[in-house]
Write a protein that binds this ligand. Structure first.
Ligand code: PLP
Length: 450
């Protein structure tokens, strides 16, 4: 390995980071990582910290998941690459499709279309939703509805349904025909409603209004995260997603569940849709599908949607989209091994139990630190929202969450900052001791900013 100074200087000189101003990483050196084990990561200066970010919501089984590493290594030796474009398939992708259909059977999802990551999965789901209506003779259904605060990746389709100007403004004009409704975000919402159940009803009513305004026959799909993640972790009231499902059904609109974060256990259930007892028409997955060790994703498709495509005899249902790395045999092998571990360890159960401990601990800190305006969480996705004044809910100054993050890091825990939120999404295998450590480092961070 090159020495620490070489790495720091050349990162500043040559690397442009996603989601960062290019000049920023020249002055604010990023943490350069060189190692990972169990739920810990090590930086170039030899500092080992507990990773309460879980990579980027994806290293759910930690950094020492030997079955996934072994599967990748074995597959590199067997068949390191081949495409699955029309005419070829591979043994691992077939086995994986079988296992995924079984895993997602309670969600009614029986077919898989493979991608290279979450943004790809969203793009494919949006395209297939339009195509579904076209096959059925409703080519006028082209629009998409989504939630403000939602995050659906960075491709043009996904950016268009994203509900945060930060990821849209520099790249406009985006896809026409995308409209956003208020998010079930209890702490701040345009209705000033602090009761989550009532807020869910208001947001569902806003969806109905928008459908009526646009005309149901012009809308292809509604896309949502079962728990808003990157926007700041906003779990809706349990009634919200079922209400959305019912509204979509009544209006012939497909429901895309964007589970790039929530699939495979993070909410405390095997999938976010299952968490809310909903069957979506499409489910976008990626991230934890390979434990983050290989870029890979899958769009899962409901049987009744798949049949519409499969029964077409005109040719209009040909899926004329896909990626060089769709169904990559190494990714498929990694996903097969990860899925087996996810099932063997029942990680969703640990996510539910440890998530309760983490949320309870964060609520305890809220009682002691005025700077915490709100605490939210579902399973092992939690956030604290930092404010400069509780009464007015004025967001904290920009440097406050960054200072908190720095102090927590120095105390041995990596956390993530998004706007005025500190976000926690540790691997789903964390222990109660790990949760205690996260909470004590957050406390250190809070003391540093209080
Ligand atoms: N959808 C959701 C809900 C996500 O959280 C993300 C990434 O965080 C994406 C899509 C995009 O995934 P990727 O970054 O793998 O393209």
């Amino acid at each position: 390995m090159k020495d620490s100074n070489f790495l720091k200087e050349n990162n500043a000189r040559h690397v442009w980071h996603p989601m960062a101003h290019p000049a920023d990483s020249q002055t604010n050196l990023p943490t350069i990582l060189t190692g990972g084990r169990d739920v810990f990561i090590t930086d170039v200066d030899g500092h080992e910290v507990l990773d309460a970010v879980g990579g980027l919501w994806n290293v759910n089984l930690g950094y020492s998941c030997e079955p996934v590493k072994q599967a990748i290594s074995d597959q590199l030796n067997a068949l390191p690459y081949y495409s699955i474009f029309r005419g070829t398939s591979n043994d691992k992708v077939i086995e994986l499709s079988y296992e995924l259909a079984d895993f997602f059977a309670p969600d009614g999802l029986t077919r898989a279309f493979f991608t290279s990551g979450g943004s790809d999965s969203v793009e494919v789901a949006l395209k297939l939703a339009r195509q579904y209506h076209r096959i059925r003779g409703e080519a006028g259904r082209t629009k998409f509805l989504s939630l403000k605060k939602g995050y659906h990746g960075t491709h043009f389709g996904g950016a268009s349904v994203n509900g945060n100007g930060k990821f849209r403004n520099a790249y406009e004009p985006l896809l026409p025909g995308c409209f956003h409704i208020p998010a079930p975000y209890t702490y701040r919402n345009p209705f000033n409603e602090s009761d989550p159940a009532k807020l869910a009803q208001l947001c569902a009513a806003a969806l109905e209004d928008e459908i009526a305004f646009q005309g149901a026959g012009t809308i292809a799909a509604f896309i949502m995260e079962p728990v808003l993640g990157a926007g700041g972790v906003m779990p809706p009231h349990p009634s919200f997603m079922p209400m959305v499902r019912e509204i979509c059904d009544r209006n012939g609109i497909l429901l895309i569940s964007d589970e790039v974060i929530t699939a495979f256990g993070r909410t405390g259930s095997e999938s976010g849709a299952r968490h809310w007892s909903v069957q979506p028409d499409f489910m976008c997955t990626a991230k934890a599908i390979t434990n983050g060790y290989f870029p890979f994703g899958a769009v899962m498709i409901a049987g009744h949607v798949a049949e519409v495509f499969e029964k077409d005899t005109s040719g209009i249902a040909s899926i004329d989209t896909g990626y060089t790395y769709s169904g990559h045999p190494v990714g498929a092998a990694a996903a097969l091994a990860a899925l087996a571990e996810i099932r063997r360890l029942k990680v969703h159960e640990n996510a539910a139990a440890r998530g309760k401990e983490l949320l309870g601990g964060l609520k305890g800190l809220q009682e002691r630190f005025e700077v915490i305006g709100d605490v939210r969480g579902e399973g092992l996705m939690c956030a604290i929202e930092l404010v400069s004044d509780r009464a007015s809910k004025k967001p904290s100054a920009k440097d406050v969450p960054l200072k908190l993050q720095q102090a927590a890091y120095e105390d041995g825990v990596m956390i993530r900052v998004s706007g005025n939120n500190a976000i926690f999404s540790p691997p789903l295998i964390v222990t109660s001791d790990n949760v205690t450590k996260i909470l004590s480092a957050v406390e250190t961070g809070l003391k540093a900013v209080s």
